[in-house]
Design a protein around this ligand. Structure first.
Ligand code: NQM
Length: 343
């Protein structure tokens, strides 16, 4: 099934329909998606990391979970497939997909789908609209980066703090210095490096295309990323899609922070869901690099509007002591096509 999840798009597969051996599975998926040319002309991929995504879903054997979700990121130009990151945008469509494929029975009205996220070994609950026990994609919810309105999918994440790096602040510091630049290294579901746009001579309002054309800037950011990966206990991240690199600047449209995110080499057209959850958490720390830039908000739970190139994404953070215990947000999803693909 081909689906849009949040501001991303890709193929949704039942695990049982794919080879169980990871190498064979990846080889098949690369043939389906297309590679070896950035346009993915010989496959289903959309020629951008945001439209070259794969979700593998199965019934869960874990206590308290309905389905397991494995996310795979395919790089259009090289064909490399990575399971190093999670994806909260694609997750939005995992609930509808699981119900459509009969992995769980829908309630009349709304159905809660409890998802075990294999990549980050953490859990998310999705609330899917199911009038008459059938998934509906129609509704009044709007998210920036997607035209029109659709049925809401409410997401609540648990255990995202330190899911991949062991702690919300993997180095224990709110600020570290890499290559002479102050950074905040954080993991609230997506290992992220928060950087001040002004430290790179940017306003922070540049378009993704403008930033992608800045060769020297990209080399500087990549150098910081490789060092940050080691410091965040991720090891050698040369071939990995994490950590994400987030340039922050003051909010322009009433939000809490403005962002431009490298994912990690292309620049996101909006912002990743779990990346936004990590950026938001950094902004709520009193001494991070966001100090004096973010509109600080210390209520609990707190609502953080994360601005991005085409609008904003609202994250709700619930704190328990020094860490985040729940992250909530609103997304939408849509079924685009259900059929047979020819690898
Ligand atoms: O951060 C893109 C996306 C993502 C990931 C990326 C995402 C998340 O927008 O949870 O959603 O960062 O590669 O799909």
């Amino acid at each position: 099934m081909w689906m849009r999840g949040g501001t991303s798009k890709g193929g949704f597969f039942l695990a049982e329909d794919l080879p169980s051996n990871a190498e064979e599975r990846n080889a098949l998926l690369v043939r389906i998606m297309g590679h070896g040319d950035a346009r993915q002309i010989d496959g289903m991929g959309g020629a951008h990391p945001l439209t070259s995504k794969i979700a593998v879903v199965s019934r869960s054997a874990r206590e308290g979970c309905d389905v397991d979700y494995l996310f795979l990121q395919l790089q259009p130009d090289t064909g490399a497939i990575s399971d190093s990151q999670n994806c909260g945008n694609m997750l939005s469509a995992v609930g509808p997909f699981a119900i459509e494929r009969g992995l769980l029975t829908a309630e009349d009205g709304q159905t809660s789908v409890r998802v075990y996220m294999v990549n980050s070994e953490s859990r998310a609950d999705l609330l899917v609209q199911t009038p008459g026990r059938l998934v509906t994609y129609e509704g009044n919810a709007r998210i920036d980066g997607v035209p029109g309105s659709h049925a809401p999918v409410i997401q609540n994440y648990y255990g995202t703090a330190g899911a991949q790096c062991g702690a919300l602040l993997p180095t224990g510091n709110q600020v570290d210095v890499i290559d002479g630049t102050e950074v905040t290294l954080i993991d609230n579901g997506m290992p992220s490096v928060i950087l001040r746009a002004r430290d790179f001579g940017l306003a922070g309002t540049e378009t993704p295309a403008e930033i992608e054309a800045m060769t020297e800037l990209k080399a500087r950011i990549e150098s910081i990323r490789l060092k940050a990966g080691e410091m965040m206990r991720l090891g050698d991240v040369t071939e990995q899609t994490i950590p994400k690199m987030c340039l922050i600047s003051p909010p322009r449209n009433g939000g809490i922070i403005n962002t431009r995110t490298f994912i990690p080499h292309r620049v996101h057209e909006t912002v990743g869901v779990l990346a936004a959850a990590s950026d938001a958490a950094a902004c709520m720390l009193p001494d991070s690099v966001a100090k004096g830039i973010a509109a600080f908000n210390n209520v609990n739970p707190c609502r953080v509007d994360v601005e991005h190139p085409t609008g904003a994404l609202t994250v709700e953070l619930e704190w328990g002591g020094e860490s985040v215990v729940r992250t909530g947000l609103l997304r939408t999803a849509r079924k685009l096509m259900d059929g047979v693909v020819f690898p």
